[in-house]
Structures are given as C-alpha cells and as structure tokens.
Ligand binder design. Sequence first.
Ligand SMILES: [Zn+2]
Length: 302
Amino acid sequence: MTDTSCEQSTRPLDQVLGQPVVTILTRADEVELGDAVDSPAGIIRVREIVQRPQYWTLAGDPPGQAFHVAFHPKGESPAPRTQVIHRRNSTIRVRRGVSHFGRLTGHSKHVTSHNPVKRGMYTLVDGYNSACSCGWKSSTVHKSKHRAGEAWLGHKAGQLTESTYAANSALLLIATAEVVHPQLPPAPWYFTNITSGSRHGHGIATADLRDLPADQARAVLAAWRQVPGLTVDEAYSWDRDEGAGGIVHTLRGPRRRLADMRLSLDGERGERLILQAAYETDLTAEEVAASKAPGLDSGPDW
Ligand SMILES: [Zn+2]
C-alpha cells in the first residue's frame, strides 16, 4: 500500500529522464508506463497499471528508484511501493518527457553559431545561440549545438506546461503553492472544470486521501488549511469523528462510518480545492440484522 517514508532517494524527474519534463492533464486510462503521477507519497513513476472496468490502479516508486525491475516468473519482483486508484475517466496531472511530444505550432528551433570567425579553411565559433520562432531567446551562449538544442527543448516543455496550467486554474494554484510552500504534503489530485454559474471555466482539484491513515489525512487537510490566500468554505468542510457518523449505505451494503473529513478551499480567482477522506468498517452480524428496516426489501446482497 501507500508508503510515505521513501522520499530520501527521490531525484528530480528531469534528471532521471535526462530531458525537460512537460506537465499535462490527461485521463487516468491514458497514463503510460514511465509517466509520473501524483500520489499521497509524492510523485511516483508508474511501472504497473491495473485496469478494471471503472477504476485504474497506477503504481510506482519515486523518480530515481529502480524502474526497470528484473522479471521473476515466480512473483518475486518487488512490488511498487505506492499506488493510487482513480476512476478511469478522471483527469489527472501527468509529467512526461518532452521527447514524447511532436511539433508545437508556432515554435521551431533556431540554433546558430555565436560570433563565428573565419580563419582560412575553417571557422571558429564561440559557442551556440538558441532561439525559437516565437521570439524566445536563450539568455546564455551554449558550449555545443546539442546543449543549445536542449535549451530550446526546455522552452518547448515550458510552453506545453503553461498551456496545461491555462486549461485548469486549480492546477495552476496547486503548482504555485507547491513552489512557494515546498513542505506542503502531496495529494492524489484529480481535476474538473466548473461548467455553469458565476464560476464557469474555473478549475476544481479534488483529492481523496482514504488510502492514508485518518491521522495522516487529517494532517494533510490541516497543512492545506494554512496556505495563505485560500479561504475555507466552512459550510462544506467538516471532520466528523468516530461514533458521530453511524451507519452509511454503500455499494457494499450498510457499513459503520468511522471518520469523515472534508476541506473545501476557495482560491482568490474562483479556483476550488477539495480534500476529503471517509473511513468505514463492516457491520457485525447483529448490526446488519438491526439495520434492516422491517417491511423494506434490503436489496441484493453484495
Ligand atoms: Zn517558442
């Protein structure tokens, strides 16, 4: 299950991939092996995908840890340490190397030699300039053509990432908060857009933290509650502890709710973040019998 104690060997994803990284929003069922996704333990690089009719499990380890694991037919391969489950059509944040992306309209690479001097048969160059057809120019002179090309790739990755941020304001808010407050705990966010009303077009980011123990989930909510610039919507935020919830009816039948917490945060520009975690346990046989109201069909038994 989720292991939050493995951050020591995490390396920046661009170093691990050896190329600039693009952030995109994509459906959970479009995630590819090697992509990096959010989890309660931080960014994980997906090396195992379990597909079900409704829910997909994405499992992996922090970037920099063994990705290509030797195959053991007898099942001795070390299992990924962290997994995150999403509805297959949920939109999530994915980081992917820029080499996976084709031509970007309006951006083409211009690498030119810097300050070339002709000396008879040969030309001496003093490095290379990197620029883009959109008007972008690298601020440094690069030692090699290759390095100049890499600088342009970094620009291209930045352009793609910016267009992702423009598509969902809640993602931009989270990405900004992660930079300004690096100690903020990570969460397995998924993203939607408000499609009606006065906030039309604004982004919503939701994270379900039920894979964490309740006290850890509570700590994640508390940390996000402290972020400056976010307003708590108290009417839609709660923390109902053990005993208060009673019996709830789920797809698996009636269950006893142990804890139910939710934090709804509003950004300054109409964005909304929702962090939630609900915990239930099976009823005892006597409680199951008592929960069935007389005269009502209890429905199919899951
Ligand atoms: Zn450009």
